[in-house]
Design a protein around this ligand. Structure first.
Ligand code: NAI
Length: 216
């Protein structure tokens, strides 16, 4: 696979997958780029350009085979694998993520949760127990854990990430508001929901600004 695919394209692929998944559920077998364009509200040329990064998948006069495109995009996103993950920080956010069933459908399997608060040890989310932090290293090794989700405050996150990496974690989904200092081979995806909210705020204000005259 071409390694130079832009992150912008990669970030659009999950949306294609979502729409294709819905088409699959409705037993739609094929779709043209223009039909997909109407559905997804993006231009047909954007769709063709995006999918051409991976060799196209479409056929002139036929469009795209929904099942095939779905499984190829899944492969590109690495979703044909199963990933085991743990959550560090069983507070509000950790519990909400742990309780979300759809991750499992995509092949992300929650194996364990950890917290430093003794009151939370032994509590469960969907049958998965919260364990003490001392058990993290042995647990990672015994359960082939691929991904750690960090839902703890920024103060402890850098140190916890170090321990995770030392014990074999190669990917971190980081919700703590701090940049982690990890070796290059460790994949980190930082999530800041407030960034998305600020984008929304920007769009509200710029929409109001550009429509000011019309409303008067
Ligand atoms: P919370 O206070 O409900 O949960 C935090 C949990 O982490 C607690 O159970 C606490 O005992 C545990 N914890 C703290 N330090 C720890 C450590 N060193 N090792 C193990 N466990 C530790 O907070 P909430 O609402 O779940 O948020 C968690 C963190 O995520 C917060 O720091 C918050 O700023 C951040 N956050 C980030 C968001 C984002 O979009 N990136 C969105 C919401 C929250």
């Amino acid at each position: 696979m071409d390694k130079d695919i832009s992150q912008a394209v990669i970030s659009r692929l999950p949306r294609y997958l979502r729409y294709l998944g819905e088409l699959k559920d409705k037993n739609v077998e094929r779709i043209s780029s223009s039909e997909l364009s109407v559905l997804m509200k993006v231009t047909a040329s954007q769709i063709r350009q995006d999918l051409n990064n991976f060799g196209g998948f479409g056929q002139q006069g036929y469009g795209y085979n929904v099942d095939y495109l779905y499984s190829e995009i899944s492969k590109i996103l690495g979703l044909e694998h199963q990933y085991n993950f743990i959550i560090i920080g069983a507070g509000n956010l950790g519990k909400a993520l742990g309780g979300y069933l759809n991750f499992e459908k995509r092949g992300f399997i929650l194996k364990g949760m950890f917290d430093k608060n003794p009151d939370l040890i032994g509590t469960e989310v969907r049958g998965v127990k919260v364990m003490p932090m001392e058990e993290v290293p042995a647990f990672i090794k015994a359960n082939n854990i691929d991904i750690a989700v960090l839902t703890i405050p920024k103060e402890g996150a850098v140190l916890v990430a170090k321990v995770l990496v030392e014990n074999g974690i190669r990917a971190i989904w980081n919700f703590a508001h701090v940049d982690l200092d990890v070796p290059e081979y460790v994949q980190v995806e930082n999530v800041h929901l407030s960034d998305s909210l600020m984008k929304l705020s920007y769009n509200i204000s710029s929409y109001m600004e550009s429509n000011k005259d019309k409303e008067q």
